[in-house]
Design a binder for this molecule. Structure first.
Ligand code: UT7
Length: 333
């Protein structure tokens, strides 16, 4: 029995907190400026969660919207994968909270952490279950509340990040050439120190019997911005070259590139080295900042809703982030 199916995107959705923090809203004590943030990053504002708004609640709204756009019900969902580094809790996974919120029957639901590359990892993992025929409809969510883990007294990080969630539904493709054509996932743990988020520290193993609690010390997200910048530029260039080569495509065969929404200067530096028209770039970081695992599905949903992308378009997705991790995907919508 043949069990290999193509995999297609059936719908997209996203959700951003209503509250928007503009560059000029940061307090004078941070010693930053709208001019510095805009010229060094391209970011003008970012969305920050209100009380009670969490990565799971944003993910749930994005998931509902993705199901609506796919014209599917929660009962149709066979699996939920949520990419996040800011799950509401360590247990349960955000995916289980989303499952309960949607009212799905008992199905597999789990979180996945590949930092800012998480959505492409989750999408690729989910696609394997559709490809083998194990599942038909899978919700893939990227949901983050980075505002809960950045240090708002550290100007080198806090101005960069925002909150939000994006989601897609995938399913088996018809034999019409649409769907996933290519993916690559990478990690290099030797460079883990470039982006680190310890969060709340678990007690060290040796102290288990004596100290029966989690320490309340919280370590915020720390990053070597300059080194990540260089890694990101190189990675965008390499992933674009690799995808075109392996898919035997030329730049004119790609309708839209959606890179991880990190910093306009990173994207500009990469494209200065590439023979690729920049009008094929989908960039919304000026309004959302860097939303980590949510950045690509939020941008993809915006592209679909605004007509930047339409069914039949070939899109190239490019992500990179902590781990270090990086990944690419080519899909025909
Ligand atoms: O998803 C992956 C996550 N990673 C990222 O998003 C980070 C990628 N890296 C970057 O986007 C850039 O490296 C940054 C935006 C983080 C920094 O830009 P840069 O042009 O690489 O600046 P820099 O780190 O070389 O710092 C230049 C100066 C420093 O001052 P001194 O040492 O020259 O006096 C910084 O202290 O800019 C200062 N600076 C700021 N000044 C005002 C750093 N952040 C700020 C700030 N406002 N927010």
């Amino acid at each position: 029995m043949s069990t290999s199916h193509g995999v297609i995107l059936l719908g997209t959705g996203s959700s951003l907190p209503e509250r928007s923090v503009r560059n000029g809203d940061f307090p004078a004590s941070l010693d930053t400026s709208d001019e510095w943030i805009r010229t060094r990053t391209g970011i003008r504002e970012r969305h920050i969660s209100a009380a009670g708004e969490t990565s799971a609640s944003l993910g749930l709204v994005a998931a509902r919207r993705a199901l609506e756009s796919a014209q599917l019900d929660p009962a149709d969902v066979d699996m939920i994968v949520c990419a996040t580094v800011t799950s509401d809790m360590m247990v349960p996974a955000n995916a289980c909270v989303i499952q309960a919120g949607l009212g799905c029957r008992p199905i597999p639901a789990f979180d996945l952490n590949a930092a800012c590359t998480g959505f492409l990892y989750a999408l690729t993992v989910a696609a394997q279950f559709v490809r083998t025929g194990t599942c038909r409809r899978i919700l893939v969510v990227g949901a983050e509340t980075l505002s809960r883990v950045v240090d708002f007294s550290d100007r080198t990080t806090c101005v960069l990040f925002g909150d939000g969630a994006g989601a897609v539904v995938i399913g088996p493709a018809e034999a019409d050439g649409r769907g996933e054509h290519w993916f690559r996932l990478y990690a290099d743990g030797r460079r883990a120190d470039l982006i680190r988020l310890n969060g709340t520290r678990l007690r060290p193993p040796a102290s288990c019997p004596a100290e029966p609690r989690i320490t309340d010390e919280f370590d915020f997200l720390r990053m070597n911005g300059r080194e990540v910048f260089k890694f990101a530029v190189r990675t965008i260039i390499e992933l674009i070259d690799e995808s075109l080569l392996e898919c035997k495509l030329s730049p004119s065969d790609i309708d839209l590139i959606i890179p991880h929404q990190v910093n306009q200067r990173i994207i500009d530096a990469a494209f200065a080295d590439l023979n690729f028209p920049t009008d094929k770039l989908m960039v919304n970081l000026e309004r959302n900042g860097n939303t980590s695992a949510a950045s690509i599905p939020i941008a993809l949903d915006e592209a679909m809703r605004t007509g930047r992308a339409a069914p039949g378009d070939r899109v190239l997705l490019i992500a990179f982030g902590g781990g270090l991790t990086w990944a690419g995907g080519v899909w025909t919508l």
